[in-house]
Design a binder for this molecule. Structure first.
Ligand SMILES: Cc1ncc(COP(=O)(O)O)c(C=O)c1O
Length: 614
């Protein structure tokens, strides 16, 4: 197909028309850029279909003519959807003008997002709990006014790989009786990690009615004295209404003081309870912040690629713009200054206003622990460009490499000249570390140098959810203020913590070492967090087979690993990665006996898979 420029040049080849051609081609360039921008907005947010339609309908006839369509197709190339969808659009517009409705229906079809296919898949395997029969599908009739066309396209667009297609297949196999090793999610207690006794004892005494707990005549025989005292302290702080009543929107003040003291001691710089929000895990804090930042379809959030998919999912849901910056696998997943600058400039050239940048340190899925120099680069970049830094530090306690230690972004910002005004929000959680209480949904965020009005609005937003759950708030206080040396529970607590921590540390090392021994698999060290993120070399025939099945090559690989060995990992494409890279993410959370035998299975499966597609 000849493009719009060639068309113009052909038609107006005479020198007399040169000036006209120049003017027209400038217009065409503008038009192409405008259409491309609208197209990308739709692809990344699921919104703006009317804007897109208007930008194609240059004659303002409320129809798209075949020639308007060709200009549009030229300007967007084949970006974002399967080439077959563009072919279909061409065919649709072949002999008539496309109405707005037809165009929108095509958009829904063409962007049939992967996640949606996955959830249809989920529906299709649901069975009746007693008869075992597959549940009947609803008729495809027209009574639903709330349907795929009218529902939030932003939600359709949202993807969350950690619980995606491979996990659904794993659940199905498990229901059929197969042994599955779930290494897809950082959910330690789901795969055998025991809760730490001290935390659970205090929580129990906070929840139990007084007469059955703290005031029971035998309480000091059932619980260590420091546990009872801590629970009494908590009960006093929470007040007579107890754990079943709402608290203030930001969380109980004393718990926020506990968090502030923890941060002050960790960083050697003061923190203030007024700047702490207690939240339902880090997830809800991240959502509060992104909701308050994104105000238009052209607001950009820079996120690492690979990333933990809550960021891409929320940006899609909130209809903002994801601006990915690639972590450099060859430099242990560093975020380099040149990469950050290049991506910012590209985004700005596309009219995107980059408002915030997220880092994950220690990294998920990548496992790196940033050095002071790494963090200085990031803090300076954000500070110089007026970008709010979102520091996801939920794995701060999970550092295994003897040569590394966790440094918070706040500490580094405060100790780096030129970063005095860095706007920063940091996140922490009770789900990770050695505490691993994912189900308690505890966590906090700390605001640093954040505008007072924004802070007040964040407070209002938190108030609309009333408060974070109280057991989560208690867990957060316990995490930041564990028993001290000399307390009755201290020795047992230490022993349990050390067991968990050393187990993770040893498995991290063993897993990465064995993965690196397999021909065709290579993996950076898991210095921290809970994951190994190897890259794998795949035979061209496997890539072609995946293409035929409309799945990513690493999904094909992960499904094959699951079927053959029962190990459930997440395809690396779910976290984003460089074009042409393939891989997967696995946790090292299951206990030694299971994890170490899994290591051999990774090897045998890889060999079998490569042989099958050689
Ligand atoms: C990097 C990162 N941030 C945030 C979260 C959210 O954790 P939660 O909401 O349980 O605190 C996770 C969970 O895996 C994570 O890996």
């Amino acid at each position: 197909m000849i493009n719009a420029h060639q068309l113009l040049a052909k038609r107006f080849a005479h020198p007399r028309y040169l000036a006209v051609i120049r003017a027209l081609s400038t217009q065409v360039n503008h038009l192409a850029r405008y259409q491309k921008m609208n197209w990308e907005t739709f692809l990344s947010t699921g919104r703006g279909s009317d804007n897109l339609f208007r930008s194609i309908d240059t004659n303002h006839t409320d129809n798209i003519t075949p020639s308007e369509l060709h200009v549009f197709l030229d300007s967007v190339g084949h970006k974002g959807v399967h080439p077959r969808a563009f072919k279909m659009l061409n065919e649709l517009a072949h002999d008539h003008n496309l109405s707005r409705k037809e165009f929108k229906s095509w958009l829904v079809l063409a962007t049939n997002f992967q996640q949606e296919q996955e959830s249809q898949y989920a529906l299709s395997y649901e069975r009746h709990p007693h008869t075992g029969q597959r549940k009947p599908q609803l008729d495809e009739d027209n009574f639903h006014t709330w349907n795929e066309h009218t529902m939030s396209q932003a939600v359709r667009k949202m993807q969350y790989a950690v619980r995606g297609q491979v996990v659904m297949r794993a659940d199905e196999l498990k229901a059929e009786g197969k042994d599955i090793l779930y290494t897809n999610i950082g959910n330690p207690q789901a795969v055998g990690q025991s809760p730490i006794t001290y935390y659970r004892q205090v929580m129990a005494l906070c929840d139990l009615p007084e007469e059955d707990g703290v005031d029971h005549p035998n309480v000091y025989e059932m619980f260590p004295a420091d546990v009872v005292n801590r629970a009494l302290e908590f009960r006093k702080t929470i007040g007579p209404a107890g754990t079943g009543a709402y608290t203030g929107s930001q969380g109980i003040l004393q718990f926020r003081h506990d968090v502030a003291d923890f941060i002050t001691e960790r960083d050697g710089h003061p923190a203030y309870a007024g700047n702490i929000f207690l939240t339902n895990g880090a997830s809800s804090a991240i959502e509060l912040v992104l909701t308050s930042i994104i105000s238009s379809e052209l607001d950009g959030i820079m996120i690492p690629i690979p990333q933990y998919p809550i960021y891409s999912a929320l940006i899609a849901k909130l209809a903002g713009r994801q601006v990915g910056y690639f972590l450099d696998e060859n430099s242990n997943w560093a975020a380099t200054e040149s990469e950050l600058t290049q991506r910012l400039q590209e985004a700005q050239a596309n009219g995107i206003d980059v408002k915030a940048l997220a880092i994950i340190n220690p990294g998920n899925p990548t496992g790196q622990v940033y050095s002071r120099e790494d963090l200085e680069v990031i803090c300076k970049f954000c500070s110089d460009n007026g970008i709010v830094l979102l520091a996801d530090e939920v794995y701060q306690r999970n550092v295994y490499s003897p040569s590394k230690s966790f440094l918070s972004a706040k500490k580094v910002a405060l100790e780096t000249p030129g970063c005095e005004y860095l706007q920063l929000v940091s996140f922490h959680s009770t789900s990770k570390g050695v505490i691993g209480e994912c189900g308690r949904r505890g966590g906090y965020m700390e605001l640093h140098n954040i505008d007072k009005t924004v802070q007040a609005q964040l407070y209002k937003l938190a108030s609309s959810g009333l408060c974070s759950n109280v057991p989560g708030q208690i867990t957060t206080s316990l995490m930041v203020k564990p028993p001290k040396r000399g307390d009755v529970s201290y020795d047992r607590f230490q022993k349990e913590e050390n067991n968990i921590f050393n187990g993770m540390k040893n498995r991290a090392k063993a897993l990465v070492e064995s993965l690196n021994k397999v021909d065709g698999i290579s993996c950076n060290p898991a210095e921290g967090a809970m994951y190994a993120f190897p890259s794998i070399e795949l035979p061209p025939k496997a890539i072609a087979a995946a293409d035929e099945q409309h799945v990513s090559p690493d999904t094909l690989y992960a499904l094959s690993l699951l079927e053959e060995t029962g190990i459930c990992v997440v395809p690396a494409s779910g976290f984003g990665q460089k074009e042409g890279r393939f891989g997967f993410r696995t946790t090292f959370l299951p206990p030694d006996d299971k994890m170490l035998s899994a290591v051999d299975k990774f090897k045998s499966h890889h060999e079998n898979f490569c042989a099958k597609y050689s």
